[in-house]
Design a protein around this ligand. Sequence first.
Ligand code: NDP
Length: 452
Amino acid sequence: MAILPTEPEFEQAYNELATTLENSTLFQKHPEYRTALKVSAIPERVIQFRVVWEDDAGNLQVNRGYRVQFNSALGPYKGGLRLHPSVNLSILKFLGFEQIFKNALTGLSMGGGKGGADFDPKGKSDGEIRRFCTSFMRELGKHIGADTDVPAGDIGVGGREIGYLFGAYRKDRNKFEGVLTGKGLSWGGSLIRPEATGYGLVYYVDLMLQHMGKGGFAGKRVAISGSGNVAQYAALKCIELGATVVSLSDSTGALVLDGAEDSFTPEDISAIMSLKEKRKAITEFSGNGKHRYIAGARPWVYVGKVDIALPCATENEVSKEEAEVLVRNGCYVVAEGSNMGCTQEAIDLFEAERQTKGSSAIWYAPGKAANCGGVAVSGLEMAQNSQRLRWTREVVDERLKDIMKDAFEAGLKSAAEYVETKEGELPSLVAGSNIAGFIKVAEAMHDQGDWW
Ligand code: NDP
């Protein structure tokens, strides 16, 4: 049994993939792939360890640390580290499982993994973060390496944490190697890595809009949730392309603009970035007086008529009821910057709309495809580290655009081949992307004798 009874998030991610494979013609054409699914649902390895560190008052603190090394058939394990009190094995298995197929969609040589700890970085001093990261890496460092497993950031892990983690690895192992991505520019980082997930999401949605015959982002109203790394750069790119960004949020609540012409500006985003760097809540955003703050809320039911919704905060942040409101308000694209941003019920609703409303339906893009730009540029960072070279912004950005296009087209192609689609219906990006990623991994595993 691949799913343990205490793993609801992993169960949700596994069922989402398995159901789309079952509902396509994939298993009719290739019944042997059922075995591949069964094998790939169990991680190659799970590492669990304790992290003991000292707080500023000199007290001992202890947390649970993890690394799920899920699948290495396509390359070294690759996936972020999450530091958040909610972290547990179910969440990391869901994220690691998604990561396998997402990484496959980038076309780069990367396996899938995920890790982190139930440590809450909020309210901690720099010294506490450094001592935690050093202790965390003391154990994690035994299990990773530039050709073995290359973690990156995720929720709660930004440039500061990557720096402390990299420094701890370098000193412990006496090795300066590309063991982490998201590094500082002067010590092996790639240009465009901080921007990559948000920018890549917008490039992906741009391709959806073109496919739908709706032009580009200019003049579109976009609702975004979150105000961290992914949300910030998605918002900046939308604004750059001429869209109106009408919402942002964080774990305390949502900021919403009501005026038809009002948009967050690049200056607003940079003010929010500096608040978030200081780990402050968006309530402290003074803005230009046009926004309202809704405590404890997500933005979707407050944004009114929008063309595009981009969940960019965390998992399960669009419920069925919120999805219904988005549809009623004329939203026609939902694309996940966050991992598993929509609940299964919301996805079912979007997919049902797609099947019944033809070309005027709402079109849903799963995070696995739409947010693969972050890990793609991490892959490009690994390539630059191996060459001991740094590519220009333009080169990395162009490659990111190409990778997003390839991921989008891979989803369309597999949907055309394996998913029944009626005349005039938009193809299922969730089924197509799942199938495209799965086949690539299953084939590599088969070639390497992981299943037969
Ligand atoms: P950050 O930590 O930079 O930002 C996370 C944002 O989400 C913050 O605004 C945070 O609010 C909010 N948030 C976190 N947990 C909750 C919650 N339980 N309820 C409501 N809001 C919440 O993370 P990222 O921007 O890097 O990641 C966002 C999402 O994108 C995650 O799902 C991540 O897995 C995914 N992702 C990230 C990639 C990357 O390259 N960074 C790549 C691919 C996917 P607050 O500030 O109050 O904590």
